[in-house]
Design a protein around this ligand. Structure first.
Ligand code: NAD
Ligand code: IPM
Ligand code: MN
Length: 350
């Protein structure tokens, strides 16, 4: 039987809890193929114990696998950035996962904080550029620790980087039957980088005549997502703005615990994760919502070519949420992390 090798980095905080549920559901759903999980211990906690972020050997092993499945990393015991840059961003850059795809979909039965908005109003994709911008790690400090300290950190935007993410966004629109692509930026202030971003967008858009296009400034987008989410179909955004607007988008689709993401290299190894972090405020309580991790697993199956099983998982999630018998703590219900996972597993069509 066909076997896919999946590297698993469960990580910190609620990461291991939600990844467990994801594995449980994916394993139960898999039909006609098998999943082989290769667990890696890397996390903030592992770094504190061993001084190891991620090894070259592990990266080389992962290069030969079908995908990476990641929970979340980050711990308040570590200086911010150590594990986030040393592990998560390392992987995104190492495997050149230039697309960060974040579907924003409000499922029926999920409480939405926006008055008057229902499932039919919120169903779009954010395509976040994932390898450029302020994330490249170019910068430094001078006179560190003194009152004379200065710091610099540079964002970069390249023609090639814009072109590939924008092409991905338009192709996604085409394949999903979406009719509009919105490009987010801050071209009214950061004229150099986002001037280039706009130029490339117009060039790429000219090859997709049937698709409507528009530019939106990132500050305005935050209010439009709240006031008029139904307007959005595919949104393409630079890395940092994409990070910010997808936490907002996660909340309009019901919460951090329902928002999945995929870090995709269309020609290489991709990585799938919920968009939320390690949630230290609820870690260890058993109340984290695993739906985002399960849906990230569903995106993983879709990407490796197991669409039927992916659809089956989404259907089970959809049914659970719609029925409203098992309600995750995140939606003020009583269901624990594993109860939600079990409910999804038990709803899978045979
Ligand atoms: P967070 O996403 O961990 O949490 C934000 C809020 O959402 C918290 O109140 C949390 O309880 C809630 N939440 C998150 N996931 C949930 C779930 N599945 N179910 C129910 N509630 C959920 O963001 P944060 O608190 O800013 O960051 C915590 C740590 O995680 C930091 O170290 C940060 O750097 C890291 N982080 C990691 C990733 C990642 O590994 N992909 C992503 C974001 C943040
Ligand atoms: C995310 C996270 C990461 C990001 C951090 C932890 C590096 O917030 O995946 O959204 O900014 O991309
Ligand atoms: Mn984020």
């Amino acid at each position: 039987m066909k076997t896919y090798k999946i590297a698993v980095i469960a990580g910190d905080g609620i990461g291991p809890d939600v990844i467990n549920e994801g594995k449980k559901v994916l394993e139960a759903a898999a039909s006609g193929f098998k999943l082989e999980w290769i667990d890696y211990p890397f996390s903030g906690a592992h770094y504190l114990k061993t001084g190891e972020l991620i090894t070259e050997q592990a990266l080389e092993e992962m290069r030969k696998m079908n995908a990476i499945y990641l929970g979340a990393v980050g711990t308040p015991k570590l200086k911010p950035g150590v594990i986030e840059k040393g592990l998560l961003l390392k992987l995104r850059f190492f495997f050149d996962q230039y697309v960060n795809l974040r579907p924003v979909k409000l499922y029926e039965g999920v409480p939405c904080p926006l008055a008057g908005k229902t499932a039919k109003d919120i169903d779009f994709y954010v395509v976040r550029e994932n390898t450029e911008d302020f994330y490249v790690g170019i910068g430094g400090n001078f006179h560190e620790g003194t009152k004379e300290e200065i710091a610099i950190q540079t964002g970069i935007v390249s023609y090639v980087g814009c072109e590939r993410i924008m092409k991905y966004a338009f192709e996604l629109a085409k394949s999903k039957g979406k009719k509009r692509v919105t490009a987010v930026d801050k071209a009214n202030v950061l004229t150099n980088v986002y001037g280039l971003w706009r130029r490339v967008f117009n060039e790429v858009a000219s090859n997709y005549k049937g698709i409507e296009t528009e530019f939106a400034l990132v500050d305005a987008v935050t209010q439009w997502f709240v006031r008029m989410p139904e307007h959005y179909q595919v949104v393409v955004t630079p890395n940092m703005f994409g990070d910010i607007i997808t936490d907002l988008a996660a909340v309009i689709q019901g919460g951090m615990g329902v928002a999945p993401g995929a870090n995709i290299n269309p020609n290489g190894v991709s990585m799938f994760e919920p968009i939320h972090g390690s949630a230290p405020d609820i870690a260890g309580k058993g109340t984290a919502n695993p739906i985002a991790a399960i849906l990230a697993g569903k995106m993983m199956l879709e990407t490796i070519g197991e669409q039927k099983t992916a659809d089956k998982i989404e259907k089970a999630v959809e049914t659970i949420l719609k029925e409203g018998k098992i309600v995750p703590a995140e939606f003020k219900g009583k269901a624990t992390t594993s109860e939600v996972g079990d409910a999804v597993k038990n709803k899978l069509e045979k």
